[in-house]
Ligand binder design. Sequence first.
Ligand code: ADP
Ligand code: MG
Length: 730
Amino acid sequence: MPSLRFKSINNLSNRTEKEVTVSAKITAIFNENVFTLKAAREFLSDEAYKSLLNSVKNGKRIDRAVANQISAGLRQWAEAKGVTHFTHWFQPLTGTAAEKHDSFFTLKSDGTPIEEFDGAALIQQEPDASSFPSGGLRATFEARGYTAWDPSSPVFIMEIDKGKTLCIPTIFVSYTGESLDYKAPLLKALAALDKSAVDVCHYFDKNVTRVSATLGWEQEYFVIDEGFFNARPDLVTSGRTVFGHSSAKGQQLEDHYFGSIPERVYAFMRDFEQESYKLGIPLRTRHNEVAPSQFECAPIYEEVSVGVDHNLLMMDIMERAARRHKLRILFHEKPFAGINGSGKHNNWSMSTDTGVNLLAPGRTPKTNLMFLTFFVNTIKAVHDYADILRASIASAGNDFRLGANEAPPAIISVFIGQYLTKVLGDVKERVGDKFDEQDEAILKLDLHKSIPELLLDNTDRNRTSPFAFTGNKFEFRAVGSSANCSNAMTVLNTIIAETLKEFKKDVDELIEKGEKKEIALMHVIREYIVSSEKILFEGDGYSEEWHHEAERRGLQNVRTAPLALDAMVTAKAKKLFEDNGVYTHSELEARHEIELEKYIKKVQIEARIMGEMATSNILPPSIKYQNTLIENIKGLKELGLPETAYANQKQILKKISEHIGKISDLVEKMIEARKVANAIGNTRTKAIAYTSQVKDPFFDSIRYHADKLELLVDDSEWALPKYREMLFLR
Ligand code: ADP
Ligand code: MG
């Protein structure tokens, strides 16, 4: 029987791109499956509409009676589109979205069947969620949690085949109010940012009443043929190839980046884009990435909470669409060794309800000062809380990516470009300790005019920075491709909220001492520039020198997730999150525990699949080939030929035998090491043991020998699809 590998290669010639019908105009379908405010206007009474609007815009509570009206309108809207079921859609800490579908259908007490969806069902539900991670929270408090409607994110309809489900975005909390999901803390962080930023905006514009953070994510991913995926137990179980020799051709030619999108992938893209538009996801960009079979898509930015939901939805849609096209999508941060991994750049800024992007350089001295204020506060926040920011992106998958090919290092630093470096330098030098009015001249800089220079700064060079200013926003690049953006966004917005709060205190203090407002602002800005300048780095973040330089500056370089996560539970972190109403101490402890558990499970699964594949996929063809060589050598010997006639065979045989021996030995030892790690009770210690006793000593070394065998053994006997096939054949 030919192996799955060869079947898959053969199948490829029969694979044609799937027909996709797309709407000629995106605007014709955009938001078709979303209960937008426009739809609400049409389906709700004046009272219900106003109440919903007030909740969306100002976070006002919706009372039960009105909720009944809203749910009735929602059902009407949904049923007109053929929807039969509804679900509370939430983001448990597993990282993917969760749903539990209920039908509108129900029976009255006399048995009459009816369709029903009341306000209570809209507002609150109790999923049987005991198997979602809670880090011990629910055990300590209450056995169950409930989901609660989050009106800030619109209700939508998910279409899967012919089935249509009304999805209600919710938060997931325990009965005693602890967050059990990613969404609730995110909303709290955004509220904290709103408050702090509005307060600071009032120095410049009293009309600002709301500041919302904005997010534009760039999702990187790999796409490979379904047949190859299915033939790789490692991809199926862990999303990553734990074995595989690099292909003779990798990404060195960089021809994929500029190349046209392969047809089957192009059909897949049009397919998922079509669905996204219906769901109101404003996708804008699609292109090939640097590595072979790697691609990226990005939407127009939105408010953070909506952007986060849309990213999660997007990932779900892409996964399903890929299957329809007999492809598989890989969101793992490092599915293939030796070529680029995947990230999810989080482009982030803040904007006011008066329509101002707070990170866009201004035209006038006043708006300049406002820009400088928010710009420098962001740098200061990253400087002061770099450890917590690093923790927010820590995961088993991202450990393979950070610091590897074309990925930012685990050292947090900020890139701002030459031009702004000079502006900050000027502020630092020209604003004396005794700030006098002459120094106001500095504000007369027309930063706006310099935008071409800013854009010039935004070149490929800064790709190496984990946190870069790109003209009118910061780009947090260290976020992993499979991550829910919530974690990073919760932390980023909280640290900015806290820094702005401190900033206001510092400025007010000077004003109370009789300093003029602008002067007080400049003075504190200068102070912040000085105290956080060590986080600024303009050079090559991939270079070895940067590692030394960073160390000299006292910047941390925490390479593994279990250690990086420590920053979540320090006294500093607890104070930060509690002061801003984002996490209580017990919530932080719980999250820390959950992240460590996730890490352990990921490494555990990889270790298991490695052991299994080594013995059942790598060794059998190797031993078979070993036997072939033995037969061959024996035969040549029997014929009485001199030793030189089979010296080469002997040489190959020796190598193969050595690798086989090494693999068997290392796998045994790894199993032992796993047993030792598994017996450890403390989660943190166990996670560290999984890194230092299981992953570090065995993963690379087992792989080394296996990959050598791949090169030595008869290709026709090798059952695992090879890198060149997975990456270059479609
Ligand atoms: P690239 O990084 O590839 O050069 P762009 O800079 O055009 O691409 O945009 C990347 C992402 O940044 C897009 O999703 C875009 O919508 C987003 N973006 C642009 N402006 C903002 C902003 N003010 N806040 C958040 N995201 C933004
Ligand atoms: Mg970008």
